[in-house]
Ligand binder design. Structure first.
Ligand SMILES: [Zn+2]
Length: 291
């Protein structure tokens, strides 16, 4: 992917973890408070605390760790190639969605992208590398731990810059859904508390975000920003990533939605759908009889 040719966004902010966090296996950092909480939970339920840490590493909800974050300067952001990459991909999604919203007769308000290391507090709760990248509808921000880039290539075996860009574009897709009012409908269904209905709707929500990521990919390809093999990279990533966590802002807890993203085949297919049409209207997973 020729991401160096993409316009860097001004909506990417960065913080680095610090103050009390310490490294654990896999590069995950937990604050001292989280460790104490895990030990307490372990005592109550009689579980080995290390097994809880293992569960967290396995992609469960983020720990309620508290790590102070300190903003770093723009100069530092510019020097970090990963942050530069994120800024350019986000900038490109802004250009594409601004044009598409204009075509649909509305205005695209871009989300903020918060890049962090370790853990961070969001309006939707605490985030860490274990929670995966996610979109918080309440503060309209995408949260992304730079650790995720390594996880994508190592744990999910989906390496490549376009694979990482697909994941970013998928989260941006959730923001598009928020602007379209789809998130709100989803929250309303979730609030009614029928778990089966909620999960079914969650799959459609996720597959639509995959399709929207494909729509962005269509326009990246159209402007010659893709290279041979990029689409395959994206498809591999769409099929491999199963646990980006949707945050349920109203109740303030993270919903582990490993079972609510759709199958690998579905995810790759809807990504391809957006990628081949470039039309957001072709992404109506809610109207589709079979997904
Ligand atoms: Zn998602």
């Amino acid at each position: 992917m020729r991401w160096g040719d993409m316009r860097p966004s001004d909506n990417v902010e960065q913080s680095s973890g610090g103050g009390g966090g310490f490294p654990l296996g896999g590069g995950m950092r937990l604050g001292g408070g989280a460790i104490i909480l895990i030990v307490i939970v372990s005592l109550i339920f009689g579980i080995n605390p290390l097994s809880i840490l293992g569960m967290l590493e396995g992609g469960g909800p983020p720990p309620p760790a508290q790590t102070q974050t300190a903003p770093t300067s723009q100069t530092q952001a510019a020097q970090n190639p990963q942050v530069d990459f994120v800024r350019r991909v986000v900038g490109d999604t802004e250009d594409v969605w601004t044009a598409l919203f204009k075509q649909m007769g509305s205005r695209y308000e871009p989300p903020k992208m918060h890049v962090f290391q370790g853990s961070v507090r969001s309006t939707c709760g605490m985030a860490s590398a274990a929670s995966g990248p996610f979109y918080c509808p309440a503060d309209q921000k995408v949260y992304l731990d730079t650790e995720f880039f390594q996880q994508l290539s190592q744990r999910f075996r989906a390496p490549g810059d376009f694979a990482a860009a697909y994941v970013i574009a998928h989260e941006i897709g959730h923001h598009v859904q928020n602007l379209q009012g789809t998130m709100e409908k989803f929250e309303a269904t979730a609030a009614r508390g029928d778990p089966r209905q909620r999960n079914a709707m969650s799959v459609r929500l996720e597959l639509q975000a995959d399709c929207y990521a494909g729509v962005w990919g269509f326009y990246a390809a159209k402007r010659n920003l893709l290279e041979p093999g990029d689409v395959e990279e994206g498809l591999r990533a769409a099929a491999a990533v199963g646990d980006d966590a949707i945050q349920k802002s109203t109740r303030g807890y993270v919903v582990p939605d490993a079972f609510t993203h759709g199958s690998a085949e579905q995810r790759a297919r809807w990504f391809r759908q957006g990628m081949s049409t470039g039309d957001p209207r072709s992404c109506n997973t809610f109207a589709a009889k079979d997904i």
